[in-house]
Design a protein around this ligand. Sequence first.
Ligand code: NAP
Length: 236
Amino acid sequence: MSNPRVVVVTGASRGIGQAIAEAFVANGDTVAALSRTGEAPEGVQGYAADVADAAAVDAAFTAIEKDLGPVEVLVANAGLTRDGLLMRMSDEDFDTVVDVNLKGTFHVVRRASKGMIRLRRGRIVMIGSVVGLYGGSGQVNYSASKAALVGMARSITRELGGRGITANVVAPGFIETQMTAVLPDDTQKAYKAAIPAARFGQVEEVAGVVRFLASDAAAYVSGAVIPVDGGLGMGH
Ligand code: NAP
């Protein structure tokens, strides 16, 4: 792959996505950020779209291709939680999480793959979660949405592997962001006690692995789940 590539990172207005976008900028790539607010870190062009809305995703990609060129790397990172115990989980909270984390990922991957097939190369990285395979109390909706990304990446690998396109899942553990800052102290303590590394992760530690998967060095890695969790899931 030649630099600069056009890289799209969803959910790059803050947290892990922001760090991923910044890592690609530092690598000399041209980066577009896609989120509901359209906010983007310095050096990154922001586009507003809700990933749950297929038409909005299509319009944003059309604008990105027109402004920056064909998209070679997609990082599907946008995601949210609506935690609650199974017995009390509403249909709305289940649907919201699945619509954004799973269907939203489907929308961006489907749209990005069009151009990658034409280019005959591409890198798709989906941000899953340790909870996808490890489970999480109060996270039936979230863990189901993240586990599903594994099947999606593996099916894409089978469909598009022969066209120079890879699809992998990065599964972060407990990373210090706004998403985890809202968790109760007891939950945070319980996690820390279970993590062999005995600390929470930093956004840059996830970004480094994503950048590797999008690099030439990872050309033969596809359909994989790469944990970045301090050993919490023991590689699943
Ligand atoms: P965060 O700080 O809450 O950021 C989430 C990002 O997603 C924001 O940029 C947000 O931007 C965007 N977003 C949310 N809903 C969206 C929608 N419907 N359409 C488009 N963009 C949307 O979360 P984070 O902690 O960085 O998490 C990033 C990803 O890592 C998520 O998929 C999360 O599930 C996963 N993850 C996080 C952890 C962790 O410990 N933090 C662990 C495992 C996995 P707008 O508000 O501008 O739309």
